[in-house]
Design a protein around this ligand. Structure first.
Ligand code: 6MZ
Length: 372
């Protein structure tokens, strides 16, 4: 049974909703399309992994005390000043998931957390496309062994419930990206439930010219692409164009895509502040444009958007652009998929104040944007 903790913006939104609003949100079929495995491990599972942790097994290992301190920070809330602080949260988690056995335990717990009923008696999601970066620990775990461990857990849920997206981290060398794409193509051809390739990692790292050949290879082999794009203001229009020219099926965040690029690629027009969102038409047009995976709490806590009223979801909705609602990393962001939907429905300033009809259409777009 799930023991997820919800705090912060999602909790505030859930707290102001009426009981029948919560019942309504539970009743919606929901697809989680943007969840990073190592960012979504439930706290009790991290504690179990910490008990089993043998620091001596690993090169440059972290001490149990250091990891314990980090787990306490996850419990209390990580308090980020800027998005670049976010990526330093992971070494402690990675220390605990550095063997195939530990990776299996972590994956099983994440899938349980999303797909099994929680304390409220309801599952968070109807379907999940979990994503993860293939890890290698010299002498302990190869990237193939890591993926095999994760895939076995995903397969146990059945294709109607779960699929795996292989993430390429912007910090990877070209050689490693090549290996990861090769593994994804091969495992998919063996009938394993790999549904796509993601580009993720510190948005300030790496050079798009290095990722392009690998993403192109994946696309040509029939893998769908979802790309983190414009997550911070500093990414360049050249990078945006290079990524969009690869023909991605979905986009992660797309917070700072300039209006000129949105106009050129998606036909967006500038709309007045009070223009209504036509989500009903939009939900019939999911196939036209890459669905934008929206992670409201993540953006608020990483301070890439100042508040919900300024959130870019509004610009996408007003342009009838498909979106899906996702959690990103439930561990540091202390949220749940239900909490993210609550942020759509709750009245400002705690939420976006969308109508139930609009929320139904958004949930349907998420289901329609699955890679299966
Ligand atoms: C970019 C992110 C991310 O792959 O080890 N990751 N990349 N932007 C984000 N927004 C906040 N959140 C998580 O899961 C953890 C990895 O996912 C990426 C980071 O590269 C992080 O190391 P996996 O399972």
């Amino acid at each position: 049974m799930s023991t997820r903790i919800v705090e912060g913006p999602a909790k505030a939104a859930l707290n102001i909703l009426a009981e029948d609003d919560i019942t309504f949100l539970h009743s919606l079929p929901k697809a989680e399309l943007h969840a990073h495995l190592n960012g979504s491990i439930p706290l009790p599972t991290l504690r179990i992994l910490l008990e089993q942790y043998q620091p001596d097994d690993l090169p440059n290992s972290l001490s149990k005390d250091v990891i314990e301190a980090q787990i306490r920070k996850f419990e209390e809330g990580v308090g980020l000043n800027k998005i670049s602080d976010f990526f330093s949260l992971f070494p402690a988690v990675y220390a605990l998931t550095s063997s195939p056995e530990a990776s299996s335990i972590a994956t099983r717990a994440v899938l349980d957390d999303f797909l099994e009923p929680g304390l409220d008696g309801h599952p968070q999601a109807t379907y999940i496309e979990l994503r993860t970066t293939p890890r290698e620990i010299p002498g302990k775990m190869s990237r193939r062994e890591y993926l095999e461990a994760v895939l076995k857990e995903v397969e146990a849920r059945g294709r109607e419930s779960a699929g795996l997206i292989v993430s390429l981290d912007r910090r990877m060398t070209s050689e490693v990206m090549h290996e990861c794409v090769g593994l994804a193509i091969q495992l998919k051809s063996e009938g394993r439930p790999i549904v796509g390739i993601d580009l993720c990692g510190d948005p300030q790292a790496g050079d798009v010219e290095n990722f392009k050949p690998h993403l192109t290879q994946a696309r040509q082999a029939g893998l769908r692409l979802t790309l983190h794009i414009a997550e911070i203001a500093e990414t360049s229009p050249d990078e945006h164009r290079a990524l969009l020219n690869l023909g991605p099926s979905r986009l992660g965040h797309a917070t700072f895509l300039p209006p000129s690029i949105r106009e050129h690629y998606f036909g967006h027009v500038s709309v007045s502040e009070d223009a209504p969102a036509d989500v009903i038409t939009m939900s019939r047009r999911v196939a036209d444009k890459p669905c934008v995976e929206i992670c409201l709490t993540s953006n608020l806590l990483c301070k890439t958007v100042p508040d919900l009223q300024a959130h870019h979801i509004r610009a996408y909705l007003k342009n009838s652009h498909p979106v899906s609602i996702c959690t990103d990393d439930t561990l540091p962001f202390r949220t749940s998929l239900l909490g993210e939907y609550a942020l759509l429905l709750a009245k400002p300033p705690h939420g976006l104040g969308l109508s139930r009809e609009e929320v139904v259409a958004i949930a349907r777009m998420s289901m329609d944007s699955r890679f299966i």
